[in-house]
Design a protein around this ligand. Structure first.
Ligand code: MN
Length: 644
């Protein structure tokens, strides 16, 4: 078929199709207001007025409207700082009036860790039942890890204000200053609200009760029991209004775990599985190596505690469970699970693939309700905005293009600063100078040197942006290299050059609960910031584990009577076990001695200003980033505090 006939045929086809209309360009204005993904509701951009948020209760007190708050938070709405503070202060007063041990009556829904998963919390209330039909007992860990901790907290506090005798909130190990500074909650508060709001949260945490007694039979607590716990009187006498220490009764109640292979822990096979020497006969406690503080309690320890206090069982949260819950070995007399773990954050950290569960206790019957995770809005690591996050990627690309334009000589020629003495090298890149005047030749050589310097600087910038890009990609709490066994398996599946938040990459490659748990195990520890003086906080995108100035200041002031002889005293205890005996605040360097983190612009300027050849800033940045990934930069075990 000739071209002509082909064309005719094509035209004929078009004419014969009357329904065909050629695509026309829209002449109207492009639609910017219409949402592209209509299934996602528009975020609530407004802050409510006091009249919208507050309403009077039966006693004429101004209380936040829970229905309004629930919907407002579902649409990612925020409150004014004053409104948030009002809710926090009202609740703190109420919580402070409660005793250390709460008496909770059935029917009750017991809820384990929430960890900032507000959208799943909404599901919990749907499944758990209406507050008019059931009481609620929450076992703590409302904040950290998930990105909606403040919403969880304000909503739960609002319900507490309306139902003080029906809804009960216990303290978890994350409800303290130390952990919320280390994990996400402090950043979240500062991003969404302010420091005073964060401080008010901490104050409310210190007012949270510790233990719930369910129908006088079940001992409900976040972590577990303690060698310092004989009778419930020990808890009643305890002062809970403080930042928990890294040892002692309060610490154990918030941190302890059942020993691995609980119920069979004395069998030789259990010791092998634990990788620990076998327990001595009659040994009830073992140091909790996973947490770096507190204890593993044995089956026997629980049985003795239950019998001593005429209780049926322990209900606790604190550990992620694949099915959302675990019922441990039954008691010999009452044939009831000695310990039940409930974990209510489904698909924990968006990677665990676990189900969430809540426990319902009614008519002397325990039922478990399991559920899957709900979708939720996405936040970049550290609540970073998309522009900040992508800057290193854009920068790296621009530098790459610049380098391609400038690449007029080989790498060897660049390295060789005396190449002008070698006629051979010259001949390859530049025209013969012999015909030029001496002045012109010198001018040319000078210009050549200029270009060479430019290329070298651009090369340095390339390295800088590469590092920043890597840091952006790696901004995740789960880093393959820092995890223990099995992590390399996951690590090898992630391309070194994968573009994207590594958290996302990791999410894609974690296939099971066990993989996620292995990667995350370091984060289960009582954290310690890395105060090593070699750390160089250059990274403009705040790194997950960078100590905050405020923390440094406090840890320094909290380090007791010792004052530094000079601000640069390197003998400051910043290494292993650098915890002061009094509390969880570490001992650090004086804040003045700590170099301030640089902004992106300052970092680039400093790199440009540096002498050629000296890798200074870039190399230190590389070192800083690398050391952040090494296990040494991760939480370390605490000095063991023996309890008697
Ligand atoms: Mn916990």
């Amino acid at each position: 078929m000739s071209d002509d006939r082909y064309l005719q045929s094509a035209l004929y086809q078009i004419q014969e199709t009357p329904t065909y209309t050629a695509p026309t360009r829209k002449t109207e204005e492009p639609e910017f207001i219409e949402r592209q993904v209509k299934s996602v509701p528009m975020p609530a951009a407004f802050v409510p007025t006091d009249d919208q948020l507050f309403m009077n209760d039966a006693h004429g007190r101004r209380r936040p409207n829970p229905d309004f708050l629930r919907e407002h938070f579902l649409r990612e709405g925020r409150l004014t700082i004053e409104q948030a503070l009002t809710i926090l202060r009202q609740t703190t007063d109420l919580l402070a009036s409660e005793p250390n041990i709460l008496h909770v009556r059935s029917p009750v829904t017991v809820v384990g860790d929430i960890h900032g998963q507000y959208y799943d919390l909404m599901k919990i209330f749907e499944i758990g039942g209406d507050l008019s039909d059931t009481n609620y007992l929450f076992l703590g860990d409302y904040v950290d890890r998930g990105c909606f901790g403040i919403e969880c907290l304000l909503y739960l506090y609002t319900l507490k204000l309306w139902h003080p005798d029906r809804l009960f909130l216990l303290r978890g190990n994350h409800e303290c200053r130390h952990l919320t500074e280390y994990f996400t909650f402090r950043r979240e508060c500062l991003h969404k609200y302010s420091q005073p709001v964060y401080d008010a949260c901490i104050e409310s945490f210190c007012a949270l009760p510790i233990v719930g007694l369910l129908d006088g039979k079940f001992f409900c607590v976040h972590g577990g029991i303690s060698p310092e716990l004989n009778t419930l009187e020990d808890i009643r006498r305890m002062n809970r209004f403080e930042e928990p220490k890294s040892f002692g009764l309060l610490c154990d109640l918030l941190w302890a775990d059942p020993i691995p292979q609980f119920g069979n822990e004395h069998e030789p096979a259990a010791a092998i599985a634990r990788g620990q020497p076998p327990l001595a006969p009659g040994q009830l406690w073992e140091h909790n190596g996973v947490r770096g503080c507190s204890y593993f309690f044995t089956y026997e320890a629980v049985i003795k505690f239950l019998e001593r206090n005429e209780l049926l069982g322990v209900i606790r949260g604190h550990e992620a469970q694949d099915a959302g819950y675990t019922m441990f070995r039954k008691t010999p007399t009452k044939k009831f699970p000695s310990v039940i773990t409930v974990f209510s954050a489904p698909n924990y950290l968006d990677v665990y693939h676990n189900r969430g569960a809540i426990l319902k206790y009614a008519n002397k019957n325990i039922t478990i309700r399991q559920y899957h995770a709900r979708p939720h809005p996405y936040w970049l690591p550290n609540f970073m905005d998309a522009f900040t996050w992508s800057l290193p990627f854009v920068g790296a690309k621009i530098i790459e293009m610049l380098l391609a334009i400038l690449s007029i000589c080989s790498h060897e020629e660049l390295e060789d600063s005396d190449s002008s003495d070698e006629p051979d090298a010259e001949a390859r890149t530049l025209p013969d100078f012999s015909s030029l005047s001496a002045a012109a030749a010198q001018d040319l050589a000078g210009r050549r040197q200029q270009i060479k310097n430019k290329i070298l600087v651009v090369g340095k910038m390339q390295r800088l942006f590469q590092l920043l890009r890597e840091e952006s990609e790696n901004a995740s709490e789960l880093t393959p290299d820092s995890a223990g066994l099995g992590a390399s398996d996951v690590g090898s599946r992630i391309g070194a050059d994968a573009l994207g938040v590594q958290g996302n990459q990791i999410r894609r490659y974690i296939r099971s609960f066990d993989e996620a748990r292995k990667l995350d195990i370091a984060n289960e520890r009582l954290p310690q910031f890395d105060y090593a003086p070699t750390s160089f906080p250059l990274v403009p995108v705040p790194s997950m584990r960078q100590p905050l100035q405020a923390q440094l200041a406090r840890s320094w002031h909290g380090s007791g009577s010792s004052t530094p002889t000079s601000p640069n005293d390197d003998d400051v205890d910043s290494g292993e076990g650098g915890f002061s005996d009094g509390g969880m605040g570490g001992v650090g360097r004086p804040p003045g001695a700590w170099p301030q983190p640089l902004g992106m612009e300052a970092l680039i300027r400093r790199t440009l200003e540096e002498d050629e050849g000296d890798g200074g800033v870039v190399e230190r940045l590389a070192e800083r980033i690398a050391s952040g990934r090494k296990p040494t930069g991760r939480p370390r075990p605490l000095k063991r505090h023996e309890t008697t």
